[in-house]
Write a protein that binds this ligand. Structure first.
Ligand SMILES: Cc1cc2nc3c(=O)[nH]c(=O)nc-3n(C[C@H](O)[C@H](O)[C@H](O)COP(=O)(O)OP(=O)(O)OC[C@H]3O[C@@H](n4cnc5c(N)ncnc54)[C@H](O)[C@@H]3O)c2cc1C
Length: 73
């Protein structure tokens, strides 16, 4: 019998996505449910017009899950 614990996260915003990565790195099997479509695959007529600012808190979150260098590149 598997001892792996399952966790369900509802919402793949900043918090849901980050906590899902943390939990997966700790060995949990994480299922993420997001009501909106994947914006990387959506055909957006208006494009992406908002500039995104990454604060120190945001960088710490990315560093915490080991993807800050990848994001910087
Ligand atoms: C226009 C705008 C610009 C911004 N720019 C910046 C910026 O440059 N830098 C910055 O740090 N912050 C920015 N923010 C703030 C930042 O977006 C929020 O602080 C952050 O998204 C909050 O994260 P969250 O995970 O709590 O919520 P959200 O990002 O809102 O994520 C919640 C997710 O849960 C999903 N959801 C909700 N209910 C359900 C359900 N029942 N079933 C399935 N899925 C569900 C939603 O679709 C959503 O994707 C901006 C906000 C706005 C509105």
């Amino acid at each position: 019998m598997s001892t792996q614990k399952n966790i369900t996260v509802v919402g793949a915003g900043l918090v849901g996505s980050l906590v899902s990565i943390y939990l997966a790195k700790r060995g949990y099997k994480v299922d993420v449910y997001e009501r909106r479509g994947d914006m990387r695959k959506a055909n957006m007529i208006a494009g992406r017009s908002i500039n995104l600012a990454l604060s120190d808190r945001g960088w710490r979150g990315l560093e915490g899950v080991g993807i800050a260098d990848e994001i910087k590149r």
